[in-house]
Design a protein around this ligand. Sequence first.
Ligand SMILES: [Mn+2]
Length: 199
Amino acid sequence: MAENVTRAADVARKTNETDIKLAFGIDGSGVSKLETDVPFLNHMLDLFTKHGQFDLEVEAVGDVDIDDHHTVEDIGICLGQTIREALGDKRGIKRYASVFVPMDEALAQVVIDISNRPHFEYRAQYPSQQVGSFQVELVHEFLWKLALEARMTLHVIVHYGTNTHHMIEAVFKALGRALDEATSIDPRVQGVPSTKGVL
Ligand SMILES: [Mn+2]
């Protein structure tokens, strides 16, 4: 990998619905600073950051008086944008990763290809549609926008589980570990890992 390059990016995004500042570092130390009005998302982003050994700072104000939808969606957009920007020309990265993570009775799998082709597949059946005040359908919204903006192929499968909180937690831990592996530098990789020569 390019010598002494810090793979990090930040973004500020303001709309009529949300106002978000987000900073993401790939080669971090697992530390997050999260100020959003969606506590369950804070919990998930904290796990993602810790298990991916990233750095993540989020300051988000949104129209949560309506519901959490716009805030969750727009944080997904911002995180995806910073992942893409931080990766730069993707020189030397492993590109692929497939990671299983259990959380007690739940098992999640996340498969990533940092492909420059946005694609999202999601197989998950949760026993409940609400965790605390958080709408479970927003997990789909977050992950899909993340994959779209990071321009990666993302497959998320929750194989089984009985506790919805555990199941989603396993997804975010697996996402952290998979993204960490796919973005990691393999010294054997010369240039960009594609027979096309570009990603
Ligand atoms: Mn938890």
